[in-house]
Ligand binder design. Structure first.
Ligand code: 13P
Length: 257
């Protein structure tokens, strides 16, 4: 069985108390998967900055199953200084993060992040030894205008200054904007097509092999079909990652547990 990456992006949800609740439920839900976690299943959660501290402490108290990997949802590339409202890589590392989501479509569309800014964040994150989870994907208008591959290519090629070894350390997450939070997932064929294209592109840029997740309305009932596609290595889950039960059922359904 291939290794599945199950990553949960909590977005602007989950207070500290709710985060503690998630970890309490997580133990019960994940214990049957304890032997798989870290081998054929890699679980990560990305709480908001304010809940990273309690998530890290709750993770330390898990005994009957491995804790999920901890990541942040964003970071700034400068090391410190007068950047009001921003958080540095050293700060998220200090609180226990090993991963960080970068280039999410909500950062690109709502907060105006450009390919250039995101590339700087990716480079700084890699330099600090953290794993960037690099998100990209087309809008509905771009898909309908047959521009999906051009957009994806532009977004990925923004990373072309990186070395092959650096490109291989990134986890890529193809998230078509029209499928995020809409309940309308890409079909497994649509997701497979773009994930396979992304892998070819990363190879053209020098990487030997890369990990590509799909994100956009992944739920327990559509996960099996998506995760069974050969170019899809896992899922970046939004809404369905807020409850440990629903989140882990995404993997359980796939694995037939
Ligand atoms: P949903 O699973 O809520 O559609 O969100 C996907 C996403 O944006 C994950 O980063």
């Amino acid at each position: 069985m291939k290794k599945i990456y199950l990553y949960g992006n909590w977005k602007m949800n989950m207070t500290q108390e709710e985060t503690e609740g998630f970890y309490k439920d997580f133990v019960g839900q994940a214990t049957p998967l304890a032997a798989t976690m870290g081998k054929t299943l890699e679980v990560a959660v990305f709480p908001p900055f304010t809940s990273l501290g309690v998530a890290a402490s709750a993770a330390k108290s898990l005994v009957s199953c491995p804790a999920p990997i901890l990541g942040a949802q964003n970071v700034y590339f400068e090391p410190k200084g007068a950047f009001t409202g921003e958080v540095s890589i050293a700060m998220i590392k200090d609180v226990g993060c090993t991963h960080v989501i970068l280039g999410h479509s909500e950062r690109r569309t709502i907060f105006g992040e450009t390919d250039k800014l995101i590339a700087k964040k990716v480079k700084a994150t890699l330099d600090a030894g953290l794993v960037p989870v690099f998100c990209y994907g087309e809008t509905l208008a771009e898909r309908e205008g047959n521009a999906t591959f051009d957009v994806v290519s532009r977004q990925l090629r923004a990373l072309s200054a990186l070395s092959p070894a650096e490109l291989e350390k990134i986890i890529y997450a193809y998230e078509p904007v029209w499928a995020i939070g809409t309940g309308k997932s890409a079909t497994s064929a649509e997701a497979q097509e773009v994930c396979a294209y992304s892998k070819r592109l990363a190879e053209e840029m020098g990487a030997r092999s890369v990990t590509v997740l799909y994100g956009g309305s992944v739920k327990p009932d559509n996960a099996k079909e998506l995760l069974s596609m050969d170019a899809i290595d896992g899922a970046l889950v939004g809404g369905a990652s807020l409850k440990a039960d629903t989140f882990l059922r995404i993997y359980k359904g796939y694995a037939g547990i």
